[in-house]
Design a protein around this ligand. Structure first.
Ligand code: IPE
Ligand code: IPE
Ligand code: MG
Length: 241
């Protein structure tokens, strides 16, 4: 099937899909493996879903990789995750660049291990001119933390309170310039936001497949887009228009 044929078979394609990649640990435990094996499988799956996103004509794909709350996990798991994320960015940066993908990071970079920070900065710099798809990596990200950070920066910039509106606040978020997600997918059957894109998802459509993240493949993504096509987004009005 060509890209065009695939895209045409959908009623409508979301411009921005954001994914809470959940269930790596349970995926591993169900196989008698260590939780980190699940995180490895989950990281592998990023490549599959980015390629699928490109094939389906998605313009923005956001991945929630590590939350501000995930620091409370056992030290070994946190360290393992940081290593996996460092390796995945190291290995995939050139490939992303070749695909015409731009990488953006949201969250607090400063809190991450220095090597990971450097890999992210380099990958962002390398891919900044690309426009085929934008991959947004939420790493050391929290929605409430983002709002606090935005308020702090606005105060530092001595913004006139009268000038504060929703558009200005959006510009102070980590996601400045990125359209709000049309569709948020959380794998593994959990149905909560876990501090993800608090400001940006007020009118997103939510979709909760029960598969664990490592098993969420191109077909699953297609199902999510199909479901999205059947949703009627009214934004408080009476019809989709
Ligand atoms: C998601 O998988 C990945 C991260 C939060 C880093 P989990 O590690 O939360 O997997 P479960 O929910 O324990 O199965
Ligand atoms: C959300 O998953 C964070 C990421 C997927 C990165 P968690 O597994 O951390 O969320 P809770 O703890 O179940 O809410
Ligand atoms: Mg989880």
């Amino acid at each position: 099937m060509t890209i065009q044929e695939e895209t045409q078979s959908f009623i409508k394609v979301p411009q921005h899909i954001a994914i809470i990649m959940d269930g790596n640990g349970r995926w591993a435990t169900a196989r008698g493996l260590h939780r980190l094996a699940g995180h490895n499988a989950g990281a592998e799956n990023l490549r599959t879903i980015i390629q699928a996103g490109v094939d389906f004509g998605i313009q923005y794909l956001t991945f929630y990789a590590f939350s501000t709350e995930n620091w409370s996990r056992p030290k070994g798991e946190v360290e393992g995750l940081m290593q996996i994320l460092t390796d995945v960015i190291d290995q995939e940066a050139a490939e992303l660049h070749q695909q015409g993908a731009r990488l953006i990071h949201i969250g607090k970079l400063e809190g991450l291990p220095p090597t990971l920070q450097e890999k992210i900065r380099n990958a962002v710099e390398l891919t900044k001119g690309n426009g085929r798809i934008t991959i947004v990596l939420a790493l050391n990200y929290g929605g409430r933390d983002e709002i606090v950070h935005a308020v702090q920066r606005m105060l530092k910039d001595q913004i006139d309170p009268e000038k504060v509106d929703q558009a200005l606040l959006s510009d102070y978020m980590f996601t400045a310039g990125i359209p709000d997600p049309d569709l948020v997918i959380r794998t593994s059957g959990e149905q909560r936001t876990s501090n993800f894109l608090t400001w940006q998802t007020v009118y997103s459509e939510w979709y909760f497949p029960t598969v664990y993240w490592p098993d969420f493949n191109k077909e699953e993504l297609a199902k999510a887009i199909e479901e999205f096509g059947n949703r009627n987004r009214r934004f408080g009005g009476l019809s989709e228009a």
